[in-house]
Design a protein around this ligand. Structure first.
Ligand code: GZL
Length: 339
């Protein structure tokens, strides 16, 4: 069949699909509210570059995005998982720019290395919204706004609750050896939590941080590190773990070494994120304090985009609400925890 006939045949097939494939070619006399469905060209296209899927928290954060940026809500979502690599995030952002998305949302795995690609987005006239973590750039106009947690506050709270725990157990004069499992080196959450904890820890001269190691926010890495640390130090009193996934790994290593966590055990465990499976361990007493980091940021980001679409001004930063969990209050929240 010659080329011309092929093209005519394809158009005919396409027309038939359009007419009958969409439910017997329903013709609308007048478009009414009930009949109108947003077609792709009416949808707001949002490109999202996510750090990865390294933790329960990250999965909840991704879900919060996918639940709001739906076609029913008037959005077309392009979601990319960078699998913990900055170069994958840069590639994804460049792809969003070439697809001329309406908005770029991303959680930068670390704070540095974004100037060039964010300048490309700015030159393309695409607003960039930071989610969760922040960027260090000389020109703050390279991003429109940021939604996330006050990480330094989280770190301070962890230390303040530890001080209360130590006092409650009559250990304020005891020399305490502390090990810190840090999150991904150079990430905003790791930087803030470390700074906040250090600031309060410096007020306690009997607190000694014997090691701080990058556990990359993963269970596997944390278990590997904790195995070595437990072998190297015989007298650890406190573990500060900068997310629950690392805490799970550290608890496994402690169990393998017959070391018990908790106020009645050998090592006090302080954690961050407050995902449901960790809050169950708070209720059991294995984790003594869990500082919440709220991953449900999608709804806030959608409100910001709706405001921008309406031509409204937005703030440069939005902090999500968070609390601290201990055995005293966790029971009230466990049931309703969705992640
Ligand atoms: C915190 C976020 C951290 C979480 C980890 O906002 O950046 O990254 O605490 C996640 O669970 O991996």
């Amino acid at each position: 069949m010659d080329r011309k006939k092929k093209i005519i045949k394809r158009c005919a097939i396409l027309l038939l699909i359009l007419v009958f494939g969409s439910g017997c070619g329903k013709q609308f006399d007048t478009e009414t509210e009930d009949d109108y469905t947003p077609t792709d060209e009416n949808l707001i296209v949002v490109g999202v570059s996510q750090v990865g899927s390294e933790s329960v928290w990250r999965t909840a954060n991704s879900n919060s995005i996918q639940q709001v940026f739906t076609k029913e809500n008037g959005y077309f979502l392009i979601f990319d998982n960078a699998r913990q690599k900055q170069e994958n995030q840069i590639k994804a952002i460049r792809s969003f720019i070439s697809q001329q998305v309406d908005y770029i949302v991303f959680s930068p795995i670390t704070e540095f290395g974004w100037e060039t690609v964010l300048q490309e987005a700015k030159d393309a006239g695409i607003p960039v919204i930071l989610m969760d973590r922040q960027v260090k750039v000389s020109d703050e106009s390279l991003y429109t706004t940021w939604v996330g947690s006050d990480f330094e506050k989280e770190g301070e709270l962890a230390a303040q609750y530890l001080a209360e725990l130590v006092e409650k157990n009559g250990r304020t004069k005891e020399e305490l050896s502390i090990v810190v499992l840090r999150g991904t080196d150079g990430s905003t959450s790791e930087i803030g939590r470390s700074e906040g904890f250090h600031k309060v820890a410096a007020e306690h001269e009997n607190w000694h941080i014997v090691e701080e190691i990058d556990g990359e926010y993963t269970t596997t890495k944390a278990k590997e590190i904790m195995k070595r640390v437990l072998w190297q130090y015989q007298d650890i009193d406190v573990l500060v773990s900068q997310n629950d996934d690392m805490t799970f790994g550290a608890l496994e290593a402690m169990a393998d070494a017959d070391i018990t966590p908790g106020e009645e055990g050998d090592i006090l465990v302080i954690s961050f994120d407050a995902v449901k499976s960790a809050l169950e361990l708070v209720e059991e007493g294995a984790i003594s304090v869990d500082v919440e980091c709220n991953p449900e940021q999608g709804v806030y980001i959608e409100e910001i985009i709706a405001a921008l679409q309406a031509g409204e001004k937005v703030e440069k930063a939005y902090y999500v609400p968070e609390k601290v969990f201990t055995k005293d209050n966790v029971g009230r929240y466990l049931e309703s925890r969705t992640y």
